[in-house]
Design a protein around this ligand. Structure first.
Ligand code: CUA
Length: 337
């Protein structure tokens, strides 16, 4: 091969590789990286992209060089020379991709194993998925339940999933990993948040009417702020002051994602408007307190006309003190509203 040809190929390859690298690096394709696991996933991503850019540059170099140098003359209608293949070339273009794909496979397997592994000093959170809300409970804090996922920075978190009705899928793009929640199966996910901030928690499995609304937030806090929050919440939900803790229960449970309640700033539209509870109770010919209580623990006993059945899940596992506080809170708030 002439020296000029090699330089030509090299030049075209460098230009093509440079353009592809600029497109890969300058455009922010990926969401912010906020966990150690996401960092490893990004490494696999960039490792693969690097290989792709290299192959892209080689293919473009050969293609452009051939188009420029081996064009048929405008008046040349003869057949090209017969080619019987090239065993050496075929061996090379089989071996190189084999090595590259195997390398991607090995790197991915290492990352998967590391991301699945439980770290030291694990903090456990139980995650319940149901149509159409997430709830998180903390076994280390008397099973305190919250509608937002709060996590301490830098701890290895073990999320244990339970689905009450259908298959859902837990995803925080910034944490990188997805996990299906399957009724009857106990699934888990390990996450080590390494950036403070608020990130969306998204359900990525079409799970019914309210699938698109099955969202909440994950808040990564400093360990000190997290401990303070955990202690404060544990105190608030066991406080005898019903109106205060009722508001906290409403906020910690996913009520607001489906219902409107002005007192709580909730604007959900999937279920009946809770500002009008006295009116709905009268329509159902039930005393207000009994109506609210039953609607929470056995929502399908009476379904508001105009709303579909079997959409609201029963919240019968709420501790009695929290349930009573919530009922009192709803009575007071709806009478004001
Ligand atoms: Cu749960 Cu989509």
């Amino acid at each position: 091969m002439r020296r000029g040809s090699i330089l030509g190929l090299l030049g075209i390859g460098i230009v093509a590789g440079g353009i592809a690298t600029a497109v890969a690096v300058l455009i922010p394709w990926l969401p912010e990286d906020a966990s150690r696991e996401r960092g490893r996933i990004d490494f696999v991503f960039w490792f693969t992209i690097g290989i792709c850019i290299m192959i892209f540059a080689i293919v473009v170099a050969v293609l452009v060089y051939s188009i420029l140098n081996f064009r048929a003359k405008p008046d040349d209608n003869t057949d090209g020379p017969p080619i019987h293949g090239h065993t050496g070339l075929e061996i090379i273009w089989t071996i190189i991709p084999t090595i590259l794909v195997t390398a991607i496979g090995i790197v991915s397997a290492i990352v998967l194993a590391k991301n699945d592994a439980q770290g030291k000093d694990v903090f456990r959170v139980n995650v319940t998925a149901q149509q159409f809300a997430w709830s998180f409970s903390y076994p280390e804090a008397h099973n305190l339940t919250s509608g937002t996922l709060r996590l301490p920075l830098g701890r290895s978190i073990e999320l244990s999933f339970r689905a009450l009705d259908v298959i859902h899928s837990f995803w925080v793009p910034q944490f990188g990993q997805k996990q299906d929640t399957v009724p009857g199966l106990h699934t888990q996910l390990h996450i080590t948040p390494d950036k403070l901030g608020t990130f969306p928690v998204i359900c990525t499995e079409l799970c019914g009417l309210g699938h698109a609304t099955m969202r909440t937030t994950a808040i990564v806090m400093t360990p000190a702020a997290f401990d303070k929050w955990l202690k404060g919440q544990t105190k608030a939900t066991t406080s005898p002051n019903a109106s205060v803790s009722g508001a906290a229960v409403f906020k910690n449970q996913p009520c607001g994602s489906c219902h409107t309640l002005t007192a709580a700033g909730a604007t959900g539209k999937i279920g009946p408007d809770l500002d009008k509870l006295p009116q709905w109770a009268a329509q159902a010919k039930q005393p207000l307190q009994q109506f609210i209580h039953t609607s929470i623990v056995d929502p399908n006993a009476y379904v508001q006309p105009g709303f579909p059945k079997n959409v609201m899940p029963p919240f019968s596992s709420l501790p009695k003190a929290q349930l009573d506080a919530l009922v009192q809170y709803l009575i007071q708030s709806s009478k004001k509203g």
